[in-house]
Design a protein around this ligand. Structure first.
Ligand code: IPM
Ligand code: MG
Length: 340
C-alpha cells in the first residue's frame, strides 16, 4: 500500500475539530491521500440525506474510513420520516459489512486517579469489547401503527458465529459473553451458539446476563479480557466501560468486516455543547487513527508510536477539560505531536 487512500468523514459538532487534529497527526506520519466528505447532519444539510450513494461508493474504494462524530440538536426529531444523522453511520456500517466493532478499554497509567472509580478498582484493566454491529434491534423491522411502535431484535446463527469467531481470535485468556438469556429468545440462541463456538479452544468462556455485566464492569473491571456481546448491549456497556478511563473522550474503536475497508471512529459523540469552542479532547480520535494504522493499513509500528505518544503526553501532564485540565484541542494535538 504505497499511498493509502483514506476517506475522512468529519460529521457534526466537534467532529470537524477533532478531524482537523487527526489530519495534522496523519500529515506528520507520512503520505496519505485523504478525501473529505460530509456525513450525518452535515450531509443532510448539503444533500438531504445522512449518507449519499457517492460517499458510500467513495468509502468502498478507500483503504480505510476515518469518522469523527455525527448528530446534534439541530437534527433531533421524533418524526419517523425525517432524516437523522445517525442513519449515516448505520448505513455505512451496514453498507460496508462492518459486523465487528472493537472497543479496547485500557486506562492509561497517568489517568488511574482520574476515573470516578478508585485506583485499586481499575488498576490492571485491559479489556476489549467485541460488539456485533450489523444485526439485532438496530436493524430489525420497526414501525409505528396508530398509538403503538415496535422494534424487532433478530439474530441468525451465522451472524453470532462470525462475531464469536472475532472474540475468540482476540481473547488472551477469557471470553465473557453477555446476553439476556433469562428473557430473550435471541439471547438463548446467542448463548447456545457461542458455547458451541468455544468448543475445543484454549480460552475460558463465561456467560453473564447484561444487567449483571453492567454491575461487574464497575466492581471488578480488571477481571475481564474480551467482552462479546450483541449490538445494543455493546453500545450501552462500552459507554459504561469508557468511564474506567475517566472520560469517554479517551475511547477509540474499529469496525471491521470480512473484507474491504474498515471504519475507525471514537466511541464518543459529537458533543454539540462544546462544538466550535476548541475544547474537544482529540485523544479518542488519535486512538482511532492508531487503530486504523494497525487494523486498516497494516502499519503496526506507527500505530504503536501514536499510542505511546498519547501515553507520554498524558504522563507529562496533558489534561483536556473532560479530564479536569485546561488543555484545548490544539494544545493536546501539539503535546501528542511533540511526543511522537
Ligand atoms: C456508537 C453510537 C451509535 C450507536 C449511534 C450514534 C447510532 O452511540 O457508536 O456507540 O448507537 O451505535
Ligand atoms: Mg454508543
Amino acid at each position: 500500500m504505497a499511498r493509502p487512500r483514506i476517506v475522512a468523514l468529519p460529521g457534526d459538532g466537534i467532529g470537524p475539530e477533532i478531524m482537523a487534529a487527526a489530519r495534522e497527526l496523519l500529515e506528520r506520519l507520512g503520505d496519505f491521500e485523504i478525501e473529505e466528505r460530509p456525513i450525518g447532519g452535515a450531509s443532510i444539510d448539503a444533500h438531504g440525506t445522512a449518507l449519499t450513494d457517492e460517499t458510500l461508493a467513495a468509502c468502498r474504494r478507500a483503504d480505510a474510513v476515518l469518522l469523527a462524530a455525527v448528530g446534534g440538536p439541530k437534527w433531533d426529531t421524533t418524526d419517523p420520516d425525517a432524516p437523522r444523522p445517525e442513519q449515516g453511520l448505520l448505513g455505512l456500517r451496514k453498507g460496508l459489512g462492518l459486523f465487528a466493532n472493537l472497543r479496547p478499554v485500557r486506562p492509561p497509567r497517568a489517568l488511574l486517579d482520574g476515573s470516578p472509580l478508585r485506583r485499586e478498582r481499575i488498576e490492571g484493566t485491559d479489556l476489549l469489547v467485541v460488539r456485533e454491529l450489523t444485526g439485532g434491534i438496530y436493524f430489525g423491522e420497526r414501525g409505528r401503527e396508530d398509538a403503538r411502535a415496535f422494534d424487532t431484535c433478530v439474530y441468525s446463527v451465522e451472524e453470532i458465529e462470525r462475531i464469536a469467531e472475532v472474540a475468540f481470535r482476540f481473547a488472551r485468556r477469557k471470553v465473557t459473553s453477555v446476553d439476556k438469556a433469562n428473557v430473550l429468545e435471541t439471547s438463548r440462541l446467542w448463548r447456545e451458539t457461542v458455547t458451541r463456538a468455544a468448543e475445543g479452544r484454549d480460552v475460558e468462556l463465561e456467560h453473564l446476563l447484561v444487567d449483571n455485566a453492567a454491575m461487574q464492569l464497575v466492581s471488578r473491571p480488571a477481571e475481564f479480557d474480551v467482552i462479546l456481546t450483541e449490538n445494543m448491549f455493546g453500545d450501552i456497556l462500552s459507554d459504561e466501560a469508557a468511564m474506567l478511563t475517566g472520560s469517554i473522550g479517551m475511547l477509540p474503536s474499529a469496525s471491521v468486516g470480512d473484507s474491504g475497508p474498515g471504519l475507525f471512529e471514537p466511541v464518543h459523540g459529537s458533543a454539540p455543547d462544546i462544538a466550535g469552542t476548541g475544547r474537544a479532547n482529540p485523544l479518542a480520535m488519535f486512538g482511532s487513527v492508531a487503530m486504523m494504522l494497525r487494523y486498516g493499513l497494516g502499519r503496526q509500528e506507527e500505530a504503536a508510536a501514536v499510542e505511546s505518544a498519547v501515553d507520554r503526553a498524558l504522563e507529562a501532564g496533558l489534561r483536556t477539560r473532560d479530564l479536569g485540565g485546561e488543555a484545548g484541542t490544539e494544545d493536546a494535538t501539539k503535546a501528542v505531536l511533540a511526543n511522537l
